[in-house]
Ligand binder design. Structure first.
Ligand code: FAD
Length: 381
């Protein structure tokens, strides 16, 4: 079905993203895997192309597209390559960016945004702790005021870009008695004394993304690094969650759709019992079902993209898009592996890696259970 949400400008932008990916990224994918991280050259090249500053005002080095559909196009094209690119770029350019644009002081903007856009200052966001991620309001990392400074102690885990980041937005408890209303966001510059990182975590999939544990030991942060209002961190995080969930949904679906196309091509070529395997009625019907699921889901996600572009996407609709696409993606990819037979279990086949890379989408950025919990509450249950 023809999608109606993009115009010529978006498609021209898509062409420039594709050209960049073919030229700058495709030749280096194996190196990313080996390094278990995206190298700084990647970030600098993406910054040079203007891909990291889509939401950043021009005066601070961005292009301030003012139209979320450009973010969506970028995310879709990255997801066609693999899951890692939209995850890592998304954390920086799609998830952290709104915090740094809407919650920061003029001094912070000047200090961080130009390098953020250029790829010289890589960012991450630390909410999850070893003791739990779903119950964000229970986080335990603390900050205690000391004159104009704050002193942080605690740790975060599973932090995407955490190993390479220069600046991490960290959610910290500043008022122990106030639970959700006692959390503050700090911009922690990672060259600060008292900051350290654990090893790059060994994950089931997405080996190219660096995912790290972060430790804060008597880490002194100036008051000038508070992001937003003291004790309002939880509200700030809730404000930007719809965009985070929508970015996940766009990624999930674009990734699944790409691998499904590749699988269809495979089923036309691969022969068994004298015919291509796609022509067996079971597989033909299965592929018909999978394409239907992807395209019907696309219609919902596109509607969410339009709503978000108009500033109208609700957290609940974003939650629906997030969990549903994660489920569709995992179901589709599992069938894609099956259709590849034994080759589907071989790491050298894209479908095998895609299947492993996608497993996390039902867990991160708010698990499917948490999404359903939110939707259920909205139903008055
Ligand atoms: C590869 C990767 C990258 C990540 N990147 C980041 C990042 O950049 N920044 C960041 O802050 N975090 C990140 N995370 C953390 C991620 O968001 C959390 O893993 C997620 O929120 C779940 O938290 P948890 O792992 O502590 O699971 P838990 O909260 O311990 O949950 C365990 C299980 O219990 C279920 N559960 C919990 N509460 C309920 C409930 N009320 N009802 C029903 N079921 C429930 C959950 O759905 C889950 O199935 C990342 C995680 C991974 C794996």
């Amino acid at each position: 079905m023809k999608r109606a949400i993009y115009d010529e400008d978006h498609e021209a932008f898509r062409s420039s993203v594709k050209e960049f990916l073919d030229r700058e990224v495709a030749p280096h994918l194996a190196e990313h895997l080996e390094a278990k991280a995206l190298p700084r050259e990647f970030w600098l090249a993406a910054g040079k192309q203007g891909f990291l500053g889509l939401e950043i005002p021009e005066e601070y080095g961005g292009s301030e597209a003012g139209d979320y559909r450009f973010n969506a196009v970028l995310t879709e094209e990255l997801a066609k390559v693999n899951m890692t690119l939209p995850s890592c770029v998304g954390i920086h350019a799609d998830i952290v960016a709104p915090y740094l644009v809407h919650l920061t002081s003029e001094e912070q903007k000047k200090r961080w945004l130009p390098d953020f856009c250029a790829g010289g200052l890589l960012t991450a966001i630390g909410m999850t702790e070893p003791s739990g991620g779903s119950d964000l309001a229970a986080l335990k990392t603390t900050a205690v005021a000391d004159g104009d400074d704050w002193v942080l102690n605690g740790s975060k885990t599973f932090i995407t870009n955490g190993y390479s980041a220069d600046l991490v937005i960290v959610a910290v408890r500043t008022s122990p008695e106030k639970k959700a209303r006692g959390i503050t966001l700090f911009g922690v510059e990672t060259d600060t004394t008292g900051f350290s990182r654990g090893r790059k975590l060994d994950k089931v999939g997405q080996a190219e993304s660096d995912t790290a544990e972060l430790f804060f030991e008597d880490l002194r942060v100036p008051g000038a690094n508070v992001i937003g209002e003291v004790d309002s961190g939880f509200i700030h995080m809730m404000t930007f969650l719809p965009q985070e969930r929508l970015g996940s949904a766009i990624t999930n679906l674009a990734h699944a759709a790409q691998i499904l196309d590749e699988t269809l091509a495979y089923t036309k070529e691969r022969k068994a019992f004298g015919q291509s395997i796609g022509h067996f009625q079971h597989n033909k019907f299965l592929l018909a079902e999978l394409y239907t699921r992807v395209e019907v889901t696309q219609a919902y996600v596109d509607q969410c993209v339009v709503a978000h572009t108009q500033g109208e996407l609700t957290p609940i609709d974003a939650a629906k898009a997030k969990w549903w696409t994660a489920q569709v993606q995992n179901d589709v990819l599992d069938h894609c592996v099956q259709l590849h037979g034994g080759y589907g279990y071989m790491n050298e086949y894209r479908v095998a890696r895609a299947w492993r890379d996608a497993r996390v989408t039902k867990i991160w950025a708010g698990s499917n259970e948490i999404m359903k919990e939110l939707i259920g509450r909205d139903l008055g249950l």
